[in-house]
Design a protein around this ligand. Sequence first.
Ligand code: PEP
Ligand code: MG
Length: 327
Amino acid sequence: RKAAFAALRDVPPETKDGHRVTLMINAGLRDDVGALDITGADGIGLFRTEFQFLVSATLPQRERQQRLYREVLETAGDRPVVFRTIDIGGDKALPYLKLEGGTEENPAMGWRALRLSLERDGLMKVQARALLEAGAGRTLNVMFPMVSEAWEFDEAKALFEAQRDWLSSRGKRAPNEVRYGAMLEVPALAEQLDLLLPAVDFLSIGTNDLTQFLFAADRANPKLAERYDWLSSSILRFLRRVAAAAREQGVPVAVCGEMGGRPLEALALIGIGIDRLSITPAAVGPVKAMIRSLDRAAVTAALDTLLEKPPRDMRGALEGWAAANGI
Ligand code: PEP
Ligand code: MG
C-alpha cells in the first residue's frame, strides 16, 4: 500500500467528477519541509512557528527566526507556505521566557497564542519583522492562532502592517503581497463571521482545539478521544455552517487539524463543502487515494441527507456509505 501511495505523488487530488481538492501539509521544523517533494503536496497549510521556540534552549532572536523562514520559503519554491505566529503559553511553556500569570488550571483555555502575543507584543513585532524580511519579493501568508473575537485579528494584522510600513519607510525589501488569515478554533469566533470574513484573506479551521472546546473535552485525554468523535453531527454541522458563510464571502477556508488527515473524516469534510486540507505528511497518500475514488456530488448529497436527521452512529453510517460506493 505504501508503494501505491508513493505512486500517487504526481497525480492530482481530484475527485472522480473532476473537482480539484487542495492538499497541503502541516510542518514545524526545517526538516519537515522535505515532505513537500516526497508527498507532492500543494504547499504548507500550517507552519507551526512555535516549534523553533520549543526546541530552543534560548529565545530565538530575529536573525535565527528569519533564517528558518527563508530556508522554508526557498525549499517550498512556488508552493505557498502559511506561517502561523507563535502558539505558546499555557502548556507550551518556555523555560527561558518568564511570563506573568503563573501556572494555569486550564492551560488550553489560558493565556496562550494570540492572547499572549497581543499583550507581549514585543515578541510578535520581532516575529513580524523576521517573517516580512524572509518573505521579501514574494507573497507572504500569515495566520494567527486562537483568534476569539474579530478585533483580535484586526489588531494582529495592524501590528504586522506597522512593521511593513517601517520596512518600506527605510527602503528595505518587503513581500510583494501579504495575505492574512485567522485560525478558527475558538467556537465564539463563529458568531462573528460577519465581522471577521470581510477582514481576512483566508480562514483555517483548527479542528484539534475546536473539537475540545465544542465538546468541552480535553484533546489530550484518550478516554475522551474515544467518546467524542470528529464525525459527530455537531462538528460536521458547525463546520458546514462556517464553510458556507466563508464561501458566500469568497473567503478560502481550509481545515488544518488532524481530522483532515483521516480518509473518512476527509470524505465528510469534502461532503460538507471544504476542499482545502492541511494534513500530516504521512496522510497525503491515503487521503489522496480516497479523493480519487470519490464522487463529490454523491458525497455532498449523502452528507446533506445524513445531517438532516443525524444517526447516532454517524461514523458507522459514513463507513457504510463509503463501502457501498467503492471507497
Ligand atoms: C488545531 O488546533 O487544530 C491546530 C491545527 O493547531 P494546534 O494543533 O497546533 O493547536
Ligand atoms: Mg490549535
